[in-house]
Design a protein around this ligand. Structure first.
Ligand SMILES: [Zn+2]
Length: 316
């Protein structure tokens, strides 16, 4: 039996706490040694924007999952982090966390080892180890959510430096364009991120009413003109971008995840057509574009991050 801070006691099964912290949802779950998700909880991210409520939630989670012998915590943060130090430089879609030592604070709070990485890298890690990209050498991963997260696997490993590189969402595709959440202009995220799709739809409809991306998807399926325009523009922008990425990395697979990927069946035909026009044809020989297979890839990836780091430390 293990005793954590605040007298929380852990029994039985060895497990890892994975946190997938997105701009819209904060998802936490426990995975076992084989990376099977045992339990999870989802909270609306804006409720945890303040550090106080964030850490309160972490304490609650440790209580809730106290029947497992938690060995560590993995966090996928939606922004630029220093991976070895677990230090947040900034989160484009969540303000107030600039230059924050998350790993250090969480370790002090919980008494457990903590590892922090970029959320898209962890989505990629889960799909690469257990999901649709298992066994593949070169893969591009995109998380289509509030913003656009990205990761690249090359020779079976996720490309990263000390900082969470692979920020594909912040590659510009126009010389000027809208201001992006990262502070620059014209990034691909400003064409395909959920925030921008919603804004574009509301402008076309000349309506101020709040709407979710999945409703725009539904309306497009019903044949609504404005909704179809949004998805057509989305497919064209993303297709041109991915055609360029195919030329850069010669991937065998492109894996799409995140809430916006829920509309995959709708946008795939045009997306694929645009990619095939943009990419140089030899790069298309092996290329497939698919939706991620794992329902909770972000949580699972965060758990795997801890498991693999602890293993490395033991063998170290
Ligand atoms: Zn940007």
């Amino acid at each position: 039996m293990q005793t954590l801070k605040y007298g929380i006691k852990c029994f039985s099964m060895k497990a890892y706490l994975g946190i997938d912290w997105g701009g819209t949802f904060f998802k936490a779950g426990v995975i076992d040694e084989r990376a099977k998700l045992l339990k999870k909880e989802v909270v609306y991210s804006p409720y945890l924007k303040e550090k106080e409520s964030f850490f309160k939630k972490i304490k609650e989670l440790l209580q809730r999952f106290s029947s497992y012998s938690l060995k560590g915590i993995g966090v996928g943060a939606p922004g630029v982090v220093n991976i070895p130090k677990g230090f947040i430089y900034y989160l484009p879609n969540i303000s107030g966390w600039e230059k924050y030592p998350l790993k250090e604070s969480l370790q002090r709070l919980t008494g457990l080892p903590v590892y922090v990485d970029n959320d898209a890298n962890l989505f990629a890690l889960a799909e690469l180890r257990l999901g649709v990209a298992k066994g593949k050498a070169r893969v591009i991963f995109l998380t289509l959510g509030t913003g656009l997260g990205g990761a690249v696997a090359f020779e079976g490993k996720i490309l990263k430096g000390d900082t969470s590189s692979g920020e594909l969402g912040h590659i510009p595709i126009t010389l000027d364009g809208k201001k992006c959440s990262c502070g620059a202009r014209g990034c691909i995220e400003t064409f395909v991120g959920a925030t921008y799709l919603i804004e574009r739809y509301r402008r076309l409809k000349k309506k101020k009413k709040e709407i979710q991306v999945r409703e725009i998807f539904k309306k497009a399926l019903q044949g609504e003109r404005e909704a179809l325009v949004v998805w057509k523009e989305f497919s064209q922008s993303l297709g041109r971008f991915l055609g360029g990425m195919a030329n850069l990395f010669n991937p065998q697979m492109i894996v799409l995840g995140g809430g916006v990927a829920g509309a995959f069946t709708l946008f795939k035909p045009l997306l694929w057509e645009v990619i095939t026009h943009q990419a140089m044809w030899p790069h298309l020989k092996q290329l497939k574009i698919v939706r991620g297979k794992l329902k909770d890839a972000g949580i699972i990836g965060a758990g795997i991050l801890v498991k693999e780091n602890l293993k490395q430390r033991r063998e170290g």
